[in-house]
Design a protein around this ligand. Structure first.
Ligand SMILES: [Zn+2]
Ligand SMILES: [Zn+2]
Length: 247
């Protein structure tokens, strides 16, 4: 099984601590992918053909825009727009033809309009998302490979703070497919109590965070609640928010 070459990034993500090791993996992959696309990659013909076709999602286009390489973003968007304009020309011709046909037959015939289908496809695809997903799936496979072949992963899991909701759900689903019946039972027996315990911990941390806004608790210590809000956000929506310096 070749998945073991990914064991290092999986272990690194558990060592990075935080509310979800899989969010750590995702964030690292995202940073690497944005750097990659704004590095020499966008000058490569095969990659440009791909980015011209898929484009980028809202989130990643913003990340790329914030990067220093504005010329790189402009070059990519230029050929992406060129492709859209050329495709739209073709799509609009068949749209007009379909429209004429519809008007001839039935007033409210149910057909998908091809321009919207084409545009929905483009607005829902992203080169960076695709690149992340491909490697992220390998990480998930590696994680389950480790569960069955490298028992030390169990200690990493037990010492973690559980997972965000999305990745916890993904582990339950994927685990059922990837693990043997007895391994899956053991797996659930560890991650389910761990997740419940950590969600309860966060609930308490947020409660203390709220209490700190009450003058009665003004002089009490923050305990572990100072950065509880970004951590709770990560747990719930799988997005790592950089810790604020001053609360
Ligand atoms: Zn996560
Ligand atoms: Zn994306």
């Amino acid at each position: 099984m070749k998945e073991h070459i990914y064991t290092i990034p999986v272990i690194d993500a558990f060592n990075d601590k935080g509310e979800c090791p899989f969010c750590n993996m995702y964030k690292k992959l995202e940073e690497e992918s944005v750097d990659y696309i704004l590095g020499p990659a966008y000058m490569t013909d095969t990659i440009r053909l791909e980015t011209d076709k898929t484009g980028f999602c809202k989130h990643h286009i913003k990340q790329m825009y914030k990067n220093q390489n504005r010329l790189g973003v402009a070059l990519m968007l230029h050929t992406h727009l060129k492709k859209i304009n050329s495709d739209l020309e073709t799509e609009s011709q068949s749209f007009t033809a379909q429209k004429a046909k519809r008007a001839f037959f039935k007033k409210n015939a149910e057909t998908n309009n091809n321009i919207s289908s084409y545009l929905n496809n483009i607005t829902n695809s992203c080169y960076v998302c695709n690149r992340i997903t491909e490697t992220f799936e390998r990480y998930i496979d590696t994680f389950f490979y480790m569960w069955e072949n490298k028992p030390e992963i169990k200690d990493y899991i037990k010492n973690s703070k559980g997972f965000c909701l999305e990745h916890f759900s993904l582990l339950l689903e994927k685990g059922e497919k990837e693990l043997s019946k007895s391994n899956y039972t053991e797996f659930c027996g560890i991650i389910l109590p761990l997740e419940k315990e950590n969600l309860k911990r966060l609930e308490d941390e947020i409660e203390w965070f709220i209490n700190k806004f009450d003058y009665k608790y003004k002089d009490e210590p923050w305990k572990t609640s100072k950065d509880a809000l970004p951590r709770a956000i990560e747990k719930i929506i799988s997005t790592i928010i950089e810790e604020e310096e001053n609360v």
